[in-house]
Design a protein around this ligand. Structure first.
Ligand SMILES: N[C@@H](CCC(=O)N[C@@H](CS)C(=O)NCC(=O)O)C(=O)O
Length: 237
């Protein structure tokens, strides 16, 4: 009996915004993959053998592991040439996209967790201001409707899972919504366009369940690597 090539394995945790990025990329490229729901907090030797950092997302393809959400998006785009490119073909535009991704990682994601986790109101207010300022900066010279123009790109994929949580989680736990001000107009227009993408819709968790999963951040009781980094004020894992 002959067996065909095995499908790539995608290790995901349904609640994880980082993993949602890799999932959107796989769907955008039309990859036929095996979905494996993984508890990344249960660091069994088997799981650590798949990813020595013990984090989702992880993709196993041709017997090799690829991890880190941004690396996964780039890998998927390079390995599967089907579908639209997630990174621009021009090297300057590609560099610009990576600079925006870096901004999202360093300046947009941390204040989201800080708004949720900081115990003092004054600290949360600072984090809210940082989040607004970082989004304004990201959208400064944005043409739209998406960062990839008419189709979704790595920058959209890096931002969307968190933007979804700004809309759902922050109003619920912190009664905070991003202002509908002129300075965030482009952000809100982008969000309305991104939320309509089929790959994005297909990866959406159930809202009530997602809200429940953030209680441990809002109450500062989780010991996830992200939470540990936010408490220490160090960069995210
Ligand atoms: N830098 C990583 C972060 C991934 C990450 O923190 N994933 C979380 C789930 S949302 C995880 O696997 N946590 C396991 C842990 O904290 O031990 C990426 O971008 O992929």
């Amino acid at each position: 009996m002959t067996t065909g090539p095995t499908k790539p394995k995608f290790y995901n945790a349904w609640f994880c915004p980082f993993a949602q990025r890799a999932w959107i990329a796989l769907l955008e490229k039309g990859v036929d993959f095996e979905y494996i729901e993984q508890d990344p907090y249960n660091k069994t030797p088997e799981w650590m053998a798949v990813n020595p950092r013990g984090l989702v997302p992880t993709i196993v393809h041709k017997g090799k592991s690829v991890y880190e959400s941004m690396v996964c998006i780039e890998f998927v785009d390079e390995e599967w040439t089907t579908g639209k490119h997630l990174l621009p073909s021009d090297s300057f535009l590609r560099a610009r996209a990576r600079i925006r991704c870096d901004h999202i990682t360093k300046k947009v994601v941390p204040p989201f967790y800080q708004v949720l986790m900081k115990r003092e109101d004054s600290e949360r207010e600072v984090a809210k201001m940082l989040l607004i300022a970082s989004l304004k900066e990201l959208f400064q010279d944005f043409d739209g409707p998406l960062f990839g123009g008419d189709s979704i790109s790595i920058v959209d994929i890096m931002l969307f899972p968190f933007a979804y949580r700004f809309e759902l989680i922050l109003p619920y736990y912190r009664a905070f919504s991003l202002p509908k001000s002129k300075s965030l107009e482009k952000y809100h227009e982008w969000y309305a366009a991104a939320v309509k993408c089929a790959s994005v819709k297909a990866t959406m968790p159930d809202d009530a369940r997602l809200i429940g999963s953030y209680k441990r951040y809002a109450e500062d009781t989780t010991n996830s690597l992200v939470a540990q980094a936010i408490r220490k004020g160090s960069s995210l894992p």
